[in-house]
Structures are given as C-alpha cells and as structure tokens.
Design a protein around this ligand. Sequence first.
Ligand code: ARG
Length: 264
Amino acid sequence: MKKVLSLLAVLALSVSLCACGASGAANAGGDAPKGEEAFKTVEAGKLIMATNAYFPPYEYYDGSDIVGIDAEIVKALGDKLGLEVKIEDMEFDSIIAAVQSGKVDIGLAGMTVTEERLQTVNFSDSYAKGIQSIIVREDSDIKSIDDLSNDKMIGVQLSTTGDIYATDDFGTDHVTQYSKGADAVLALTTGKVDAVIIDNEPAKNFVEANEGLKILETPYAEEDYAACISKDNEALLKAINGALKELTDDGTIKGILDKYISAD
Ligand code: ARG
C-alpha cells in the first residue's frame, strides 16, 4: 500500500514538474494552430497580465475582482490559448518594465501604441481606439485646447500619453502628475488643477462620478490600444495576434466593447 502511495506521489511530482517546463503549445493542449511556434509563458498554463486597475471601463475593481474590457479580452484570449488568466494590478508606470523584464506575460491597460514604447516592447494588433479628452470644471473659462496654454495647470496620470503630450505641448511647469487618473480628477474638483487630460471613456466615468465637471468637445488626440508583450517572446505575440484575430472575426471583441461603451 505504502509503495503504491509513493509511486503515486512520484507520478504526481513528475506530472507537475513536466507542467513547469511546458511550452505554450502544450499549454494549449496541443491545439496550437499548425505552423505556429510554441510559445512560453512565465508560469506554464497561465497568462499573467499586468494592468493598472483604476481605469474604468477598461479595468476597475468590482469588490476584490478586477473587471472591465481588458479583463474580459484577456480572459477570451486565455480561453483561446488554453491558458488560465491571472491579473496583477500595479502602477501604470510599472507595466512596461514588468513585461520587458519577464515578470508578467502581457500588459493590457487601455495602453496606447506609441513609437517610444515600441522601442522597449512589442504591441499586438490594436483591439480598440482611444481618444485623449480634456475635462474641465463646468464653469471653466477653458473652451478649447488653445486656452490651456495661458498659465493653466493640467492634471494627468503619470507616464500616460496624456502626460507625455501635455508635457510636450505645455511644458512640465504646467503639468501635475498623479499616480491614478481619479486623483487627477479629484484635484480638478478641488481647484488644484484647471484641466485633466485623460482617455475619453475613463473621462466619461469620472465626470459621471463627480459633480460639476464636463468634457470639452474637441478631442486632444486619437490613438490605438493594444496589448504589450516582451520583445523576447515573439511566439507569444504571434499566438496572441492569432487569437485576437479570431475573436475580432467572430465578433467577441466588439461584443465586449459594446457591453461597456455606449454608442453616443
Ligand atoms: N492610453 C493611455 C496610455 O497608454 C492611458 C492608459 C492608462 N491605463 C490605465 N490602466 N491606467 O498612456
């Protein structure tokens, strides 16, 4: 009896050891499309996603769960690739470094593809469009982007494209960086800054949640959102793009976007 048990233990151990060294193709239960190179993930059988979960409707907390567009997209990607998804919340500023250094497999955070970021990480095909919007107080004398140049203070989330563009256009003296978008919006409601530049869908959420704010009608910039993946993991990039294409073609991505974003 003892022998049987220890044999079982050895078997169980070797199965789990085996799983540790497994590649993506094995993760996918041998389902990897023909000709597709096997990909590796940080933990076999898992797809670890980095995000900054204070960015509704892309990612936000519902109790202790991280939900939203990116959470649903990564889950659908994981299902396609046979990977269990784990989401890690961190500062927006840390996501690219986490991906680049191989701590996580993928970053999804309503993240804009930029030339500069492409120097350090790869981006998947784009799954959504984004707009940088300007939020002001309802009684503000700021009517358009041009009004921002005269001694106004702009609040942004640190290291976002809103931060990068505002700093480029108006100079560091006119920009205050916050670790969360919501903190920038709070600073706007209390008069510490005169405007907030942030992605349009979170902007709508923040304006709804705070009285006395409005979004200027002229968008500040238009952009593409995509998932970032380490440059050392081309095989995972290919697999993600393959899965993303299937999810785009069968309407899953549109379904997820429509669930969170109303047409108007
Ligand atoms: N789209 C902007 C960027 O890529 C902001 C993204 C912020 N995302 C977040 N989850 N906080 O820089």
